[in-house]
Design a protein around this ligand. Sequence first.
Ligand code: SF4
Ligand code: SF4
Ligand code: SF4
Length: 246
Amino acid sequence: MAKKLKVGVFSFSCCEGCQLEMFQMEGEILDLFGEINLVNSRLIGKRGKFNELDIAIVEGSIISAKEKKELKEIREKAKFLMAIGACAVTGGVPGVRNNISPSIKKKIRGQMKKHHLEKVHNLAEIVKVDYNLKGCPINYKEFVVVMNQIVRGITPKDVDIPVCVECKHNENLCLYKKNKACLGPITFGGCDSVCINEGFMCNGCRGFRPDGNLKTTLKRIKRTGMDEKDLRILLDSFHSLGARGG
Ligand code: SF4
Ligand code: SF4
Ligand code: SF4
């Protein structure tokens, strides 16, 4: 019988919602468990010892020197490292701290611990990431597809289309036609435009595509009447703009 792959799941600064989503897999996770040996996951109370890992699945952003050190140790032991969720991929909600005004930064400095870093980091800013599974939270069905590939030694391909492509395929009426803002044109697709299908705008949880036309999207959003402050908040709800370098 083939040796089972050693897999560890790790959480840094986040709400652990992506790991929760992952364990929704029920039947599918049992299939996967036939091929993997889950050695670490705080959420399900597994804290095994390991010197090496075949696959490390990591959620959360890095906000402290301690987390930075731990992430580097995980990377050294893991053959393949997958970041899951916006916190790990772009910096996510914790990354919003990077762009707050100096006056608010001054106020929260008192709440910050000595070992807290000045900047919140996504994983790729600290270590090599082999695959980024996007979203806040991740979609468990996408997780199953991606994991099945990784377990078979295949690095999954990025879905490199904007949300608009899926939105049009789903025959939604574009929110701009209703004078409402949407970040779909610059955001990585792969979520099947789930928010727009339900009547909400896309606020960029899967991160911004480097070649998405930010300038045109900003112009279109401003035409809806959104003020500058709300626009900044929207653009960096998941630190997507900061991660893209905007
Ligand atoms: S990406 Fe979203 S759901 Fe996942 S851990 Fe971060 S905040 Fe939670
Ligand atoms: S801008 Fe938004 S609503 Fe319009 S097509 Fe793109 S994703 Fe859909
Ligand atoms: S539509 Fe936008 S905000 Fe909603 S899940 Fe997709 S990428 Fe995230």
